[in-house]
Ligand binder design. Structure first.
Ligand code: SF4
Length: 391
């Protein structure tokens, strides 16, 4: 296909596809799927080889959020059965982080629900980072605490945060449909504050919320315009008890086309396979490793993920290798701009939240899909509990 040849050539030169070309990737047929994956895989290998970076989430504060993001089980008034707790003590957070590092993660993503941190919260997070680094000096720390006020990005950077994560989630045109308590511009502002403070910017999207192809392409191009270092791609987990509980809009093939489009638009950025990969990609998860160069290990913020051991087996079986702590994630030209190490981090909004019970698939013609309820159970182990985590 001329389209794919063009996009490979552009990706190898770090050039972005046009909006029309990105839309054309999403419009390819299932017959063309393996050609699309193979083409985007060439771009992935050019910049990241066969390495897979592992990231580990620690939910510092769970639930009780005053915001109303419609995909999120931690939202205002949520009645999902998630764990609810306020700030973890530094030693507990450090213990949770150590479990992820022991499982192979080189980055720990510290996440807290809420609109944004207070200055006191920044103090707490700083103490937590100190405790984590005492145990694991080399670990990369990403923070994801919501919208930042003036001066907070600089304080986090000084505390040892390498990356800050705040997702745009969807296009500017549809942002108001998913959240009313803050704006797309608020999130863009936090991404810019992150970069101005010298941290690596991580910002991504959630696919499957009922958006159009144009919305997906627009948010992915907007992230390119912002020149973020890492792009988490979440696939909506339609959480029972949230407004998007009935949205099952993705097939494994569509999820792969979305990932391929993101890779073509962000050839040299860390593309992270994030929440929802298990329930939407299902048996095609290994193919996604040809597109994304980074995944989360173990559980998500409020939901259970695939067992860490199975992730490691999947990576090895697919012919990829876990990226070691001594290897830089990002290509040289990106590392020079940031303060240290590799790139990428967790989505603020979390790889989204868990279903607390059986999900009912919508029976719309042409739409999938059977919910995998076994993989969207609410997380009841790890951080905030006395039970060991899945790492
Ligand atoms: S996504 Fe973040 S800000 Fe929005 S409701 Fe969930 S925790 Fe709150």
């Amino acid at each position: 296909m001329d389209l794919l040849n063009t996009l490979v050539d552009k990706g190898l030169r770090r050039e972005s596809p046009t909006r029309e070309e990105a839309l054309a990737v999403l419009a390819t047929s299932d017959d063309e799927l393996l050609d699309v994956v193979a083409a985007a895989g060439k771009v992935r290998r050019k910049w990241f080889g066969r390495r897979v970076k592992l990231n580990y989430l620690v939910n510092l504060k769970s639930g009780l959020c005053p915001e109303d993001c419609s995909y999120c089980s931690q939202r205002l008034g949520s009645e999902t059965g998630i764990l609810k707790y306020t700030w973890l003590k530094p030693e507990d957070a450090s213990r949770a982080a150590a479990a992820g590092v022991a499982g192979g993660a080189k980055r720990v993503c510290l996440v807290a629900s809420g609109r944004g941190p207070t200055d006191r919260d920044i103090d707490r997070v700083s103490k937590t980072i100190e405790a984590i680094k005492e145990q694991n000096q080399e670990v990369e720390v990403c923070a994801c605490l919501g919208l930042l006020s003036e001066g907070q990005a600089e304080r986090l950077r000084e505390a040892g945060v390498y990356a800050y994560s705040n997702n745009l989630n969807t296009s500017e045109a549809t942002y108001g449909d998913i959240t009313t308590t803050h704006t797309y511009a608020d999130r863009v502002d936090t991404v810019r504050k992150t970069q101005a403070a010298g941290m690596s910017a991580c910002s991504g999207l959630i696919a499957g919320m009922g958006e159009s192809d144009e919305d997906l392409v627009d948010v992915v191009l907007a992230l390119r315009e912002l020149d973020v270092d890492s792009v988490p791609v979440n696939f909506l987990i339609p959480v029972e008890g949230t407004p998007l509980a009935g949205e099952w809009n993705l097939t494994p093939q569509r999820a792969l086309r979305i990932l391929a489009m993101v890779r073509f638009v962000h050839p040299d950025a860390e593309v992270r396979l994030a929440g929802g990969r298990e329930i939407h990609l299902r048996a095609l998860q290994p193919l996604a490793l040809h597109l994304a160069n980074s995944i989360f290990l173990g559980d998500y913020l409020t939901t259970e993920g695939q067992e860490g051991r199975k992730d490691l087996e999947m990576i090895a079986d697919a012919g990829f290798e876990v990226e070691g702590a001594d290897t830089q994630t990002l290509p040289e030209h990106r590392r020079e701009r940031a303060g240290c190490g590799g790139g990428g981090c967790a989505p603020c909004d979390g790889p989204q939240e868990a279903a607390s019970g059986p999900q009912e698939a919508m029976s719309v013609p042409g739409k999938p899909v059977e919910a995998r309820t076994d993989l969207v159970a609410v997380r009841l182990r790890g951080a905030g509990t006395d039970l060991p985590p899945n790492a």
